[in-house]
Design a protein around this ligand. Sequence first.
Ligand code: LAC
Length: 228
Amino acid sequence: MRNDAITAVAFDAYGTLFDVFSVTTLCEQLFPGTGRALAHLWRTKQLQYSVWRSLMERYEDFWRVTEDGLVYASESLQLDLTAAKRAQLMAAYLNLAAFPDVRPGLEALKHSGFKLAILSNGAPKMLGAVTKNAGIDTLFDAIVSADEVRVFKPSPAVYRAVAERLAVQMDALAFVSSNAWDVSGAASAGLTAFWLQRAAGEPPEELGYAATRVVSSLPELAERLARS
Ligand code: LAC
């Protein structure tokens, strides 16, 4: 594989840079014995609502979609989600932990001269807060939200938005995600797509448009891109 045309790298946020399951501890504190189930159903519903709203052409931003997912998941698990608990859990979404490989990987890429961006379904205020709270906000040249085009990934319109913002051609842009559906979406839209396989053994989605390359950490990605 030749990567010498790549000048910019865009990253998915949730699950890729930030551990969405870092909310599990708080979920477990608030709902002992059900924390893991709540965290998982919450994420599943958040993603489903983003897809369903895109298909319905009834866009609401990812903060709303995330909160709706939390409400549904709590009701489904028969948990008493008081206003205070709801606010606490939503606030936790602004304080998700960055995975340990994120900072060294981003710094290595930046050192090699790549432009760096986030391309996420997250609403701008969510992305601003989570990157700042994790201390990685200054590493990015751009933070691009699906909110700009009012439809969610994997719509091709979202992937095109980051190329426009960074002023690079689609073939000069690499996209990195741990979400296999997001990798297919980016590849389908014409980007060089890297799958950061955070869960070893996870199969790719049956959507076609495979990853150009699978990596297991961001420093590994940085090394591959710098070597080419
Ligand atoms: C993101 C979610 C969907 O776009 O992972 O960051």
